[in-house]
Design a protein around this ligand. Structure first.
Ligand code: 5RP
Length: 259
């Protein structure tokens, strides 16, 4: 790794672990529940995130430029929930990511989907540009409706992302998750997925970290929580302090709904 790339990766991590706050959902879902007004959602959560994952449009309009939190800029998209989701292109150039002072860029890949090849080409294009400028690339293993979220499929997608040069990979937690991590020679982060009860989401995060993930890139299970600030604090306790889900939920007891 060049110094710049290494420096950017280390900005995202605290003691080798990370809590990324994902608020990029609008790029294909529009005004998702909890993110109707991105500034309102994001502002109270910023002090508790290690980095913020979002598109350039929401960054420029909804986050003040004096904010020092590392930015993970989503640079693939160009589709919507009304169409085939794998039909993505690179929407944001590496030069724009540098102008926005991003600490990493994020590109989705859709292994096994209709536009698998194009999405792998998008990732490769950004890795080549990232190598030129010292910008880390986070590959997001998006899962098509027809795909199984199991260790075999996720392991395949993560490994392909790493082989193409991604510096970090984001995927989903699954049974036998350690196999996914063991087969992926770069750090793995998990997405939170659909909103579930708080303690369940914390259990998934705790299991993922126990099984080798370096952290989470979590969105809906934080910003759709009845108490997003309490929830992100609990996620931090799991990822950075190694607390189990029950213990983490207890630290914010009173705010989070009981089991
Ligand atoms: C969408 C994304 C999201 O950022 C990702 O899914 C994380 O959000 P959530 O925890 O809500 O799943 O990359 O492609």
């Amino acid at each position: 790794m060049t110094w710049g790339l290494q420096n950017r990766v280390s900005r995202l991590m605290k003691d080798g672990h990370t809590v990324m706050l994902a608020v990029d959902h609008g790029y294909f879902q529009g005004p998702t529940t909890g993110l109707e007004n991105p500034r309102k959602t994001v502002t109270p959560l910023l002090p508790y995130a290690d980095s913020l994952m979002l598109t350039r449009g929401v960054l420029r309009t909804s986050v003040d430029a004096d904010q020092t939190l590392p930015i993970v800029l989503r640079v693939s998209g160009g589709t919507s929930i009304l169409k085939e989701l794998s039909d993505e292109v690179v929407t944001t150039s590496m030069e724009e990511a540098i102008r926005l002072n991003a600490s990493a860029v994020a590109v989705s890949i859709f292994v096994g989907s209709e536009h698998e090849k194009e999405t792998l080409a998008n990732l490769s294009e950004m890795v080549n540009a990232g190598e030129r400028y010292g910008m880390p690339v986070l590959a997001v293993t998006a899962v098509g409706r027809e795909m199984a979220r199991d260790a075999r499929y996720l392991g395949l997608a993560c490994r392909i992302a790493a082989e193409l040069g991604a510096n970090l990979v984001k995927t989903y937690y699954c049974e036998d998750f350690r196999k996914v991590v063991d087969g992926c020679p770069v750090p793995v982060i998990i997405a939170g997925g659909k909103k579930v009860p708080e303690e369940e989401a914390l259990r998934v995060a705790a299991s993922a970290v126990r099984d080798g993930a370096v952290g989470v890139d979590m969105g809906r299970n934080i910003f759709q929580s009845s108490d997003p600030v309490a929830m992100i604090k609990a996620v931090r306790a799991v990822v950075h302090e190694g607390k189990d889900a029950e213990e983490a939920a207890r630290t914010v007891r009173g705010s989070l709904p009981a089991r």
